[in-house]
Design a protein around this ligand. Structure first.
Ligand code: SF4
Length: 93
Protein backbone atom coordinates (compact mmCIF):
# COMPACT_ATOMS: atom_id res chain seq x y z
CA UNK A 1 0.00 0.00 0.00
CA UNK A 2 1.55 3.30 -1.00
CA UNK A 3 1.30 6.56 0.88
CA UNK A 4 -1.65 7.98 -1.06
CA UNK A 5 -3.87 4.94 -0.52
CA UNK A 6 -2.86 4.84 3.17
CA UNK A 7 -4.08 8.43 3.42
CA UNK A 8 -7.41 7.46 1.87
CA UNK A 9 -7.88 4.70 4.44
CA UNK A 10 -7.15 7.14 7.24
CA UNK A 11 -9.65 9.60 5.74
CA UNK A 12 -12.39 6.98 5.56
CA UNK A 13 -11.79 5.96 9.16
CA UNK A 14 -11.77 9.59 10.25
CA UNK A 15 -15.06 10.26 8.42
CA UNK A 16 -16.57 7.28 10.22
CA UNK A 17 -15.57 8.75 13.56
CA UNK A 18 -16.95 12.15 12.58
CA UNK A 19 -20.51 10.95 11.99
CA UNK A 20 -20.51 9.28 15.38
CA UNK A 21 -19.60 12.62 16.97
CA UNK A 22 -22.80 14.10 15.52
CA UNK A 23 -25.08 11.22 16.56
CA UNK A 24 -28.36 12.37 18.10
CA UNK A 25 -28.39 9.28 20.34
CA UNK A 26 -25.29 10.26 22.28
CA UNK A 27 -25.90 10.83 25.96
CA UNK A 28 -28.82 9.84 28.17
CA UNK A 29 -30.92 8.33 25.33
CA UNK A 30 -28.49 5.49 24.64
CA UNK A 31 -30.48 2.87 26.57
CA UNK A 32 -33.44 3.32 24.20
CA UNK A 33 -31.39 1.94 21.33
CA UNK A 34 -30.52 -1.46 22.73
CA UNK A 35 -32.54 -4.13 24.52
CA UNK A 36 -32.19 -4.29 28.31
CA UNK A 37 -30.25 -7.12 29.94
CA UNK A 38 -33.50 -8.50 31.39
CA UNK A 39 -36.51 -9.93 29.53
CA UNK A 40 -38.40 -7.30 27.53
CA UNK A 41 -42.06 -7.75 26.65
CA UNK A 42 -43.04 -7.22 23.02
CA UNK A 43 -45.07 -4.07 23.70
CA UNK A 44 -42.23 -2.64 25.83
CA UNK A 45 -39.78 -3.34 23.01
CA UNK A 46 -42.07 -1.64 20.50
CA UNK A 47 -42.46 1.41 22.76
CA UNK A 48 -38.71 1.65 23.36
CA UNK A 49 -37.90 1.25 19.67
CA UNK A 50 -40.51 3.79 18.71
CA UNK A 51 -38.84 6.40 20.94
CA UNK A 52 -35.42 5.53 19.53
CA UNK A 53 -36.68 5.74 15.95
CA UNK A 54 -38.15 9.19 16.64
CA UNK A 55 -34.66 10.35 17.64
CA UNK A 56 -33.18 8.75 14.52
CA UNK A 57 -35.74 10.52 12.34
CA UNK A 58 -34.25 13.88 13.32
CA UNK A 59 -30.62 12.71 13.38
CA UNK A 60 -28.27 14.46 10.94
CA UNK A 61 -26.18 11.32 10.41
CA UNK A 62 -28.90 8.75 9.86
CA UNK A 63 -27.61 7.64 6.45
CA UNK A 64 -23.97 6.97 7.42
CA UNK A 65 -25.17 5.33 10.63
CA UNK A 66 -27.40 2.89 8.74
CA UNK A 67 -24.70 2.24 6.14
CA UNK A 68 -22.22 1.45 8.92
CA UNK A 69 -24.61 -0.94 10.69
CA UNK A 70 -25.35 -2.74 7.41
CA UNK A 71 -21.66 -2.96 6.54
CA UNK A 72 -20.61 -4.49 9.86
CA UNK A 73 -23.85 -6.53 10.08
CA UNK A 74 -24.61 -5.15 13.51
CA UNK A 75 -26.88 -7.77 15.08
CA UNK A 76 -28.45 -5.67 17.86
CA UNK A 77 -30.25 -2.43 18.44
CA UNK A 78 -31.59 0.50 16.49
CA UNK A 79 -29.19 1.98 13.94
CA UNK A 80 -30.16 4.51 11.31
CA UNK A 81 -33.81 4.24 12.32
CA UNK A 82 -34.06 0.48 11.78
CA UNK A 83 -34.02 -2.43 14.20
CA UNK A 84 -32.10 -5.65 13.56
CA UNK A 85 -34.99 -7.38 11.77
CA UNK A 86 -35.59 -4.40 9.48
CA UNK A 87 -31.86 -4.19 8.67
CA UNK A 88 -31.70 -7.88 7.85
CA UNK A 89 -34.48 -7.37 5.31
CA UNK A 90 -32.22 -4.85 3.51
CA UNK A 91 -29.18 -7.12 3.43
CA UNK A 92 -28.52 -9.09 0.26
CA UNK A 93 -28.24 -12.36 2.21
S1 SF4 B 1 -29.48 7.48 13.16
FE1 SF4 B 1 -30.21 6.91 15.19
S2 SF4 B 1 -28.81 5.31 15.92
FE2 SF4 B 1 -27.82 6.37 14.21
S3 SF4 B 1 -26.56 7.96 15.10
FE3 SF4 B 1 -28.53 8.87 14.61
S4 SF4 B 1 -29.77 8.70 16.46
FE4 SF4 B 1 -28.04 7.29 16.68
Amino acid sequence: MHLKSRGMVVSVLHAEELWQDRAACRGPHTSLFFPPSHFERKDDKEARESQAKAICAACPVRKPCLAYALRIREPHGIWGGLNEVERRALSPH
